[in-house]
Design a binder for this molecule. Structure first.
Ligand code: ZN
Length: 103
Protein backbone atom coordinates (compact mmCIF):
# COMPACT_ATOMS: atom_id res chain seq x y z
CA UNK A 1 0.00 0.00 0.00
CA UNK A 2 2.73 2.49 0.99
CA UNK A 3 4.82 1.59 -2.07
CA UNK A 4 1.71 2.50 -4.08
CA UNK A 5 1.75 6.00 -2.54
CA UNK A 6 5.36 6.48 -3.71
CA UNK A 7 4.52 5.15 -7.18
CA UNK A 8 1.51 7.48 -7.49
CA UNK A 9 3.71 10.43 -6.48
CA UNK A 10 6.34 9.52 -9.09
CA UNK A 11 3.68 9.17 -11.82
CA UNK A 12 2.16 12.58 -10.92
CA UNK A 13 5.62 14.22 -11.02
CA UNK A 14 6.35 12.64 -14.42
CA UNK A 15 3.02 13.90 -15.82
CA UNK A 16 3.73 17.38 -14.39
CA UNK A 17 7.16 17.48 -16.05
CA UNK A 18 6.50 15.72 -19.37
CA UNK A 19 2.73 16.12 -19.86
CA UNK A 20 3.26 19.21 -22.05
CA UNK A 21 4.66 16.89 -24.76
CA UNK A 22 1.09 15.67 -25.34
CA UNK A 23 0.30 19.19 -26.64
CA UNK A 24 2.06 18.11 -29.85
CA UNK A 25 -0.77 15.64 -30.48
CA UNK A 26 -3.68 17.60 -28.98
CA UNK A 27 -3.54 21.35 -28.14
CA UNK A 28 -6.54 21.06 -25.78
CA UNK A 29 -4.75 18.44 -23.60
CA UNK A 30 -1.69 20.71 -23.63
CA UNK A 31 -3.68 23.65 -22.26
CA UNK A 32 -5.29 21.47 -19.57
CA UNK A 33 -1.90 20.04 -18.49
CA UNK A 34 -0.37 23.53 -18.34
CA UNK A 35 -3.11 24.47 -15.86
CA UNK A 36 -2.92 21.20 -13.91
CA UNK A 37 0.87 20.70 -13.81
CA UNK A 38 1.53 22.90 -10.71
CA UNK A 39 -1.18 20.99 -8.79
CA UNK A 40 0.15 17.62 -10.01
CA UNK A 41 3.69 18.66 -9.04
CA UNK A 42 2.74 19.64 -5.47
CA UNK A 43 0.45 16.64 -4.86
CA UNK A 44 3.00 14.22 -6.38
CA UNK A 45 5.84 15.66 -4.29
CA UNK A 46 3.76 15.41 -1.07
CA UNK A 47 2.78 11.78 -1.85
CA UNK A 48 6.41 10.88 -2.64
CA UNK A 49 7.75 12.40 0.62
CA UNK A 50 4.94 10.91 2.76
CA UNK A 51 5.44 7.46 1.20
CA UNK A 52 9.22 7.55 1.69
CA UNK A 53 9.02 8.83 5.30
CA UNK A 54 6.44 6.23 6.40
CA UNK A 55 7.63 3.08 4.59
CA UNK A 56 11.39 2.25 4.93
CA UNK A 57 12.28 1.37 8.59
CA UNK A 58 9.61 -1.24 9.41
CA UNK A 59 10.65 -4.39 7.42
CA UNK A 60 14.28 -4.31 8.66
CA UNK A 61 13.22 -4.11 12.34
CA UNK A 62 11.12 -7.27 11.98
CA UNK A 63 14.07 -9.26 10.60
CA UNK A 64 16.38 -8.06 13.44
CA UNK A 65 13.85 -9.09 16.10
CA UNK A 66 13.41 -12.54 14.54
CA UNK A 67 17.16 -13.28 14.39
CA UNK A 68 17.83 -12.71 18.13
CA UNK A 69 16.02 -15.74 19.71
CA UNK A 70 17.74 -18.31 17.44
CA UNK A 71 21.20 -17.02 18.53
CA UNK A 72 20.46 -17.44 22.26
CA UNK A 73 22.77 -20.08 23.86
CA UNK A 74 21.32 -23.27 25.33
CA UNK A 75 21.66 -23.52 29.14
CA UNK A 76 20.96 -26.67 31.16
CA UNK A 77 19.88 -26.37 34.80
CA UNK A 78 20.38 -29.00 37.51
CA UNK A 79 16.99 -30.61 38.37
CA UNK A 80 18.06 -31.09 42.04
CA UNK A 81 19.65 -27.79 43.12
CA UNK A 82 18.56 -25.54 40.24
CA UNK A 83 22.06 -24.28 39.40
CA UNK A 84 23.56 -24.16 35.90
CA UNK A 85 25.52 -27.25 34.86
CA UNK A 86 28.63 -27.73 32.70
CA UNK A 87 28.56 -30.00 29.63
CA UNK A 88 31.53 -32.34 29.08
CA UNK A 89 31.62 -33.54 25.45
CA UNK A 90 34.13 -36.35 26.21
CA UNK A 91 31.63 -37.89 28.69
CA UNK A 92 28.59 -36.75 26.74
CA UNK A 93 26.90 -35.69 30.00
CA UNK A 94 26.09 -32.63 32.11
CA UNK A 95 27.95 -32.16 35.43
CA UNK A 96 26.62 -30.20 38.41
CA UNK A 97 29.44 -28.63 40.44
CA UNK A 98 27.16 -27.99 43.46
CA UNK A 99 25.95 -31.59 43.74
CA UNK A 100 29.26 -32.98 42.31
CA UNK A 101 27.27 -35.43 40.20
CA UNK A 102 26.56 -36.14 36.53
CA UNK A 103 22.95 -35.59 35.50
ZN1 ZN B 1 22.89 -29.76 41.39
Amino acid sequence: MRGGIVAAGVVMLLIAFFGWMLAIFNPLIGVLLCLLSPVLFIVGLVLLIVGLVISPPQPTQIYVQQSIPTAAPMANVCPVCGRSMTYYPQKGRWYCHSCRQYR
